[in-house]
Design a binder for this molecule. Sequence first.
Ligand code: F3S
Length: 289
Amino acid sequence: MEVILAEHAGFCFGVQRAVDTVYEQIESRREDEPPIYTYGSIIHNEVVVDDLQRRGVHVLSSLAEAGQVPEKKRGTVIIRSHGVERSVCESLKALGYQVTDATCPFVKRIHDIVERESAEGKSIVIVGDKGHPEVEATRGWSYTETYIIGSPEEAEKITFKENEALAVVSQTTFNYKKFQDVVEILEKKGYNVSVVNTVCNATEVRQTEARELAARVDVMIVIGGNHSSNTRKLYEICRQECEETYHIRTLADLHLKLPETVRLVGITAGASTPNNIIEEVQNYVRINF
Ligand code: F3S
């Protein structure tokens, strides 16, 4: 039996950069300095978040919580790759925190587009999942009205004001094909749209590769956190190609009984899955089957 690991499984550039930033801050912090915080979990991976907690990194889940920390203990807050609303950055600074921005540069680019286009008076359309932290953060850089469209069906239903100029961007981890479909619908409806495809290439590459791999193998394993939307999407894509697709968080979730006929097992992982977890799963499957 052969195991094939997708080339682009696991941490993308932005997540790696954010996680590295936290570890660098831990290294450089002096004992007498106030603690390090991340604004929200640095990534959607419980294993990494637990490790950081053991090293004294606290998670701030809201501005209210940040405000409750005694002033002497207000140290560095690291902004994760998803980014935050402009107002959050400003409020953290006003509360006396040092802000280290580890927003992925590709997400930052979206914030810049939204800021610029809205300053010119355009309304902002974000094609993405309502409630996703990246989408909510992006929304927070607009000076004008924002709309979130999560599917072609929603695009069919939505109506805008006459002559409303729209700037359309996408959540970085959104499905590229769905994004194109949404844009096509808006254009067909005759709206005045200027579109920037901001689906991140890392997602596209990972999804395409996963689809191709899943189509070739007998069993497909997708590794990633339960709350990671890009992992869920990878799972959906693989499941379409390979019925025997399993989503696991770590090796502990893997309870596979592989029939003799299985020749090829494929493995991929979401953007927030650390390499050591991927390696563990890969080695286990290699050795045990
Ligand atoms: Fe950045 Fe793309 Fe990853 S936007 S955080 S490199 S998925």
